[in-house]
Design a protein around this ligand. Structure first.
Ligand code: M6R
Length: 579
């Protein structure tokens, strides 16, 4: 989380940084700040809240070397003082940081023992203070300081004495580019959209010196390094709202197009990818949040296809679970961003244990795509809204295709694409009902249970309502105590093999006064349901994909009714780059 953007350019550099920060806000929006050199002094402006709070300052701030930051708070509450940039006591070094410094308390003590006084509660401030008390030129100081840091970082460092910006990174993304706005460093290539043709991803142990005139990448021994810049053309980084007010709605509407794209790129599931599955005794599928739900779907369809044990695992738990992983295990990692720290740590562990690894991600230049043995794109196109919608559909569709290819079966995604267009709608009366409710349950069995979890997560994260996804048969073991008159229960029932059991669950909550929304095929429409959402009948693995679409839209519409911003829900960030 957190986004950094630095520019060495003309006197509008702060304005360019502001534009870049606006693109990076998906990484956190607890506070924003900017620092630049004006008349041989570092001047800083930082404010709690959204990036727009620093816009008027950025417009007027006429510095040529500027570093900037948008924050997702980890250490220290969101406040002006805890915002970045952080300035050293001697006022010669300012830094912006994305990541977490795990040993910041030790570093703080070390600095305090040399008379440094800290201003904030953050872990990040220790970096500016540490650099300023190190010896040597700016590169030597940065190297000495970063060698003491434990944790992850992408850093933009403004040095008053050198009139330069230094950048370096460890386990956090950082990119450089020569742009029409000047020489730039940023947490995401998205910031270079339309202003550069090439980018370079900064690697660990590299130090980058950025001035108005040049960008120089140094090795850890401070030798100049000739690096290969990559073309931005092939990366789908266009973030146009296409006439929509919110990205979330735009992204839901794009789902049929995404299905079409996936249908036309199935050759990526080639013999190299399929070979990864050969001779494997277990398959672990690992992700977080929505990507974990996609992993659950993947575990079910792959286990059915291969009759090999497949487990879906929450990445942050997986790391500490003492799992049995070896060369007979295939580990599949699902991540929209490909930058989720928990998922990357799990990948590292699996790799060290001798497992083969496969990434399923939406960002082909992401860390996850680079470190795994093979990589499958979900081809969803850039997803900006914090709540994942089209990427989720794309992830589970990739699992569907993998299962089909592993079984050697044919498939046709045309009916899915056609039906998806019809499914992006929701009853306004239901929207109004949910808007007034505070406790909503989502039930389902097997793949429908996955949909229940995902639909509940969507509602929770953007409307802040108490929404719970439950296995339909599990509710009666305790949670049914929460059902009272008019509690809304949304029942997914698209698996005909077990539909009678699911519908018994519906009756159990109905008998306790619940209001029911049934999501199922036409023939199961019943008066027992207060609302009915009809799902077109395809393969059950595809129908369950369709069933989630109206519930994504429901979450969006309730959010709008509540006057909340669906793209930037409170406390969340799109890319969670800390463990
Ligand atoms: O980028 P990733 O797919 O690895 O992100 C994982 C989760 O943080 C993410 O899915 C999160 O749960 C979304 N906000 C859900 O909408």
């Amino acid at each position: 989380m957190c986004g950094i953007a630095c520019v060495a350019g003309d006197s509008n550099s702060a304005k360019y940084c502001y534009e870049a920060l606006s693109q990076l806000e998906y990484r956190g929006y607890d506070s924003a700040g900017i620092a630049g050199i004006i008349e041989r002094e570092i001047e800083i402006f930082k404010k709690e809240g959204r990036v727009k709070n620093i816009q008027s300052f950025a417009d007027e701030f006429k510095a040529e070397l500027v570093i900037s930051h948008t924050r997702w708070a980890t250490h220290g509450k969101p406040s002006d003082i805890n915002s970045h940039p952080h300035l050293s006591n001697d006022k010669k070094i300012a830094i912006v940081h994305n990541g977490i410094i795990e040993n910041y308390k030790d570093i703080k003590k070390h600095c305090q023992s040399q008379g440094v006084v800290f201003a904030s509660d953050t872990d990040s401030e220790c970096i500016s203070q540490l650099i300023s008390i190190e010896q040597g030129n700016i590169l030597e100081k940065v190297k000495a300081a970063t060698s003491m840091l434990k944790g992850s970082y992408a850093l933009g460092i403004l040095s008053l004495e050198d009139n330069a910006i230094v950048a370096c990174a460890k386990e956090s993304p950082l990119y450089i580019a020569k742009t029409t706005n000047g020489n730039m460093v940023a947490s995401d290539v998205i910031c270079f959209n339309g202003i550069a043709s090439e980018y370079y991803a900064v690697k660990q142990n590299e130090y980058v010196l950025i001035t108005k005139d040049e960008i120089i990448v140094y090795t850890k021994d401070f030798e100049k390094k000739k690096v290969q810049y990559l073309s931005l053309d092939s990366l789908n980084i266009n973030v146009d709202l296409a006439g929509n007010k919110y990205y979330m709605l735009k992204e839901i509407k794009e789902i049929p197009k995404v299905i079409n794209k996936i249908a036309s790129t199935t050759e990526q599931i080639n013999s190299k990818v399929l070979k990864l599955f050969e001779g494997k005794k277990t398959i672990k599928i690992i992700g977080c949040g929505t990507a974990y739900h996609a992993s659950m779907y993947g575990a079910k369809v792959l286990q059915d296809a291969l009759r090999v044990p497949c487990d879906a695992c929450v990445a942050s738990e997986f790391i500490y679970a003492n799992n049995i992983i070896d060369s007979k295990t295939l580990c599949i990692f699902v991540s929209q961003s490909g930058e989720t720290a928990d998922t990357l740590s799990a990948q590292k562990l699996c790799k060290q244990s001798g497992a083969k690894t496969l990434a399923i991600t939406n960002v082909e230049y992401s860390a996850l795509a680079k470190v795994c043995d093979e990589y499958l794109s979900v081809y969803a196109g850039r997803e900006i809204a914090v709540a994942s919608t089209k990427a989720y559909i794309a992830q589970i569709l990739i699992f569907y295709l993998l299962a089909k290819k592993l079984k050697g079966e044919s498939f046709d995604l045309k009916p899915l694409e056609k039906s998806a267009k019809q499914m992006i709608k929701i009853d306004e009366e239901l929207v109004n009902y949910v808007t007034k409710e505070n406790k909503i349950f989502y039930l389902g069995r097997q793949l429908d249970y996955v949909s229940a979890l995902e639909a509940a997560l969507k509602l929770k994260e953007i409307t802040y309502k108490g929404a719970e996804g439950y296995a339909a048969g599990e509710l009666k073991h305790g949670t049914i105590a929460l059902i009272e008159d008019n509690t809304l229960v949304i029942v997914f029932a698209t698996d005909e093999a077990i539909i009678d059991k699911t519908l018994s669950g519906l009756q159990e909550v109905k008998a306790r006064g619940a209001k029911i929304v049934l999501v199922s095929y036409k023939k199961y429409k019943t008066k027992d349901a207060d609302y009915f959402i009809e799902v077109p009948k395809l393969d059950k693995e595809l129908s369950c994909i369709l069933s989630i679409l109206p519930l994504q839209l429901l979450a969006f519409k309730v959010c709008i009714k509540l006057n909340l911003n669906p793209d930037k829900p409170r406390n969340l960030a799109k890319s969670v780059t800390v463990e």
